[in-house]
Write a protein that binds this ligand. Structure first.
Ligand SMILES: NC(=O)c1ccc[n+]([C@@H]2O[C@H](COP(=O)([O-])OP(=O)(O)OC[C@H]3O[C@@H](n4cnc5c(N)ncnc54)[C@H](OP(=O)(O)O)[C@@H]3O)[C@@H](O)[C@H]2O)c1
Length: 215
């Protein structure tokens, strides 16, 4: 059993909090407004609590970031850089801009040679960021009902943190594929654009990626 801090009160936070509680972990959700999660807390099964971003980041052994992309950097400040030091920070965020999609392609505020996770890693250099869960809809994040088993692409600079994330993904019914260091967040974040384009163009939201390799 681990103490999992989930920074985020949205759908991704809901899905992952349930997954971690069902797997027997303790969960604290972090939000700017803890009262908004009172209902979630009263209904959650298991060791569930709610606090500020800072309360959760301080308490958690593993941090899961599920924050609106444009607010992710400021949330790191609110959580407290020191509270993240030495911890695995699973980063499910995407750098989605506020402008509307263009013919099914959601717009990013980052460019092709930049990524949100690189910005976050620079802001909190002692934290061990791992990109994961960003390239699938929240309804499929835990126990995805696809055959064969889909692939979750991950990346980050710390091998131990990637192993810890891989273990979580395995438990949640995913095959994890470690694609490299923090810079690989550029193409992994872009996968969310591809995942959403299929949904917006064909109104088909029930899909996930699979990696095929001879290696
Ligand atoms: N939805 C999906 O299926 C999905 C799938 C893959 C990845 N993602 C990514 O996961 C992240 C979370 O997505 P989500 O759909 O769960 O929720 P969201 O609406 O994108 O984000 C909600 C969270 O962002 C926080 N936040 C902080 N400052 C904010 C501000 N100024 N304005 C709005 N929100 C602010 C909210 O804090 P408070 O709690 O204080 O309100 C809340 O916890 C996003 O980066 C998204 O791109 C989403």
């Amino acid at each position: 059993m681990k103490k999992i801090a989930i920074l985020g009160s949205g759908q991704v936070g809901d899905a992952l909090a349930k997954g971690f509680l069902d797997a027997g972990h303790a969960v604290m959700r972090g939000t700017r407004e803890p009262s908004k999660l009172a209902d979630w807390k009263s209904k959650a099964k298991g060791e569930a609590s709610v606090g500020t971003f800072s309360d959760a980041a301080k308490w958690g052994e593993v941090i899961v970031l599920c924050i609106k992309g444009t607010a992710a950097e400021v949330t790191i400040d609110q959580a407290g850089v020191a509270n993240l030091a030495g911890k695995t920070v699973i980063d499910a965020t995407n750098p989605i801009a506020d402008e509307p999609p263009q013919n099914g392609v959601i717009r990013y505020f980052t460019g092709p040679n930049d990524s949100l996770m690189e910005r976050l890693q620079k802001k909190a250099p002692q934290a061990n960021f791992v990109k994961a869960f960003n390239s699938v809809g929240n309804m499929f994040m835990v126990n995805p009902p696809f055959t064969p088993m889909p692939t979750m692409f991950i990346c980050g600079n710390n091998a131990g943190a990637k192993q810890e994330t891989t273990d979580i993904l395995t438990k949640f019914g995913w095959e994890a594929a470690d694609m490299g260091g923090v810079e690989v967040a550029r193409p992994i974040e872009a996968l969310c654009q591809l995942w959403c384009a299929r949904g917006m163009v064909h109104n088909d939201w029930a899909h996930a990626f699979k990696w095929l390799s001879l290696g």
